[in-house]
Design a protein around this ligand. Structure first.
Ligand code: HEC
Ligand SMILES: [Cu+2]
Length: 317
């Protein structure tokens, strides 16, 4: 119904109907009380105005039923809004397990996206319909915000940190996306298009655009160029832990806690090596803060991820 109102953008993701129904619910309640209270004021104004110059009003000493009603009814309505909102929000903040992960990098004033195959696009994002998609987003400079109105999803893209959001496109088509955090002169031009395709078309599109740099290859090259390989040997015999099978594993830290080695952990290990020290190792690793672009960091992470499939080292940890 909402999609016929010109006020609303198209509904093209799993979240769109949920967000719109909640919005409609809240708007209708506000409208109902707004109209009812205004009507009561106007009606009472005419009905109960002073008719004789010396008339005195009847004293009212309170009514428990009335007091209870205007405490309990608004409480129930407010809790319904809160509860419903929380359900939608929790769903939005918890990505399912089986997502298609796409990296998105914001930069004054453009958006770069990278598909899992390494295929890169600028101000364009191609996704298959019906598939859970997760965007892992970073900024090269200032705070941006990735907003797709037709999907009813938006998320800040913050420098020095990965933010993620997920959605499931439900309708093929082309939908505008915007930067919705003021980020400088050309902020208004910082947008593009999400293209939602049938899975077969998406697969054809992916395979049709070959010849783009594979991030794993780029990452392997950087790993040697930036001398990571001088400390991190594959068998873990050097001064530094082996990175084989690191991705997704539990890492024991020197302070006795453990963390899961996800994208954010590996990113932090490269940029702020001293933030979390691996148990039984010295804090020898230099920081690479300011020396790698977000794309290079993604390439290194992609390479470290790829070390997953190699056979576990015979010796080492
Ligand atoms: C001077 C030696 C040295 C260099 C060069 C170095 N590292 Fe390290 N790295 C270490 C040491 C030692 C540790 C373990 C102590 C710690 O956590 O800081 C480590 C930890 C890590 C970890 C966490 C490993 C784990 O098991 O949790 C990652 C990821 C990592 N390094 C990646 C890199 C990458 C990528 C590069 C190159 C851009 C690099 N390192 C360059 C010495 C080095
Ligand atoms: Cu921006």
């Amino acid at each position: 119904m909402q999609s016929q109102l010109p006020l609303y953008p198209e509904q093209a993701s799993n979240f769109a109907p949920q967000v719109d129904n909640l919005m409609l619910f809240i708007t209708l309640i506000c409208l109902f009380f707004g109209v009812a209270i205004t009507a009561a004021i106007v009606i009472f104004f005419f009905k109960f105005h002073r008719k004789q110059p010396n008339a005195v009003g009847v004293p009212i000493l309170g009514d428990m039923r009335l007091e209870t009603a205007w405490l309990v009814i608004p409480l129930l309505l407010a809790m319904a809004m809160f509860g419903w909102g929380a359900v939608v929000y929790v769903d939005y903040r918890h990505a399912p397990q089986d997502t298609l992960d796409i990296y998105v990098i914001g930069k004054q004033w453009m958006w770069k996206a990278q598909q899992p195959s390494g295929l890169r696009e600028i101000n364009e994002l191609h996704v298959p319909v019906g598939r859970n998609v997760r965007l892992i987003m970073a900024s090269e400079d200032v705070i941006h915000d990735f907003f797709v109105p037709a999907f009813r999803v938006k998320m800040d893209v913050v420098p020095g940190h990965y933010n993620t959001m997920w959605f499931r496109p439900t309708k093929p088509g082309r939908y505008h996306f915007f930067c919705s955090q003021y980020c400088g002169t050309n902020h208004a031009l910082m947008g593009g298009w999400v293209t939602v395709m049938e899975p077969s078309e998406y697969a054809a599109w992916l395979s049709g655009s070959s010849g783009q740099g594979d991030p794993v290859v780029a990452g392997e090259k950087l790993f040697v160029e930036r001398a990571c390989s001088t400390c991190h040997s594959p068998d873990g015999t050097g001064r530094a832990p082996s990175l084989n099978g690191l991705y997704g594993s539990q890492v024991s830290l020197a302070d006795g806690t453990t963390v899961v080695a996800d994208d954010a952990y590996i990113r932090e290990s490269i940029l702020q090596p001293n933030a979390k020290i691996v148990a039984r190792y010295q804090p020898l690793m230099p920081t690479y803060q300011g020396q790698l672009t977000e794309e290079q960091i993604l390439a290194l992470i992609a390479y470290i991820k790829s070390l997953q499939s190699q056979p576990a080292p015979a010796s080492g940890k």
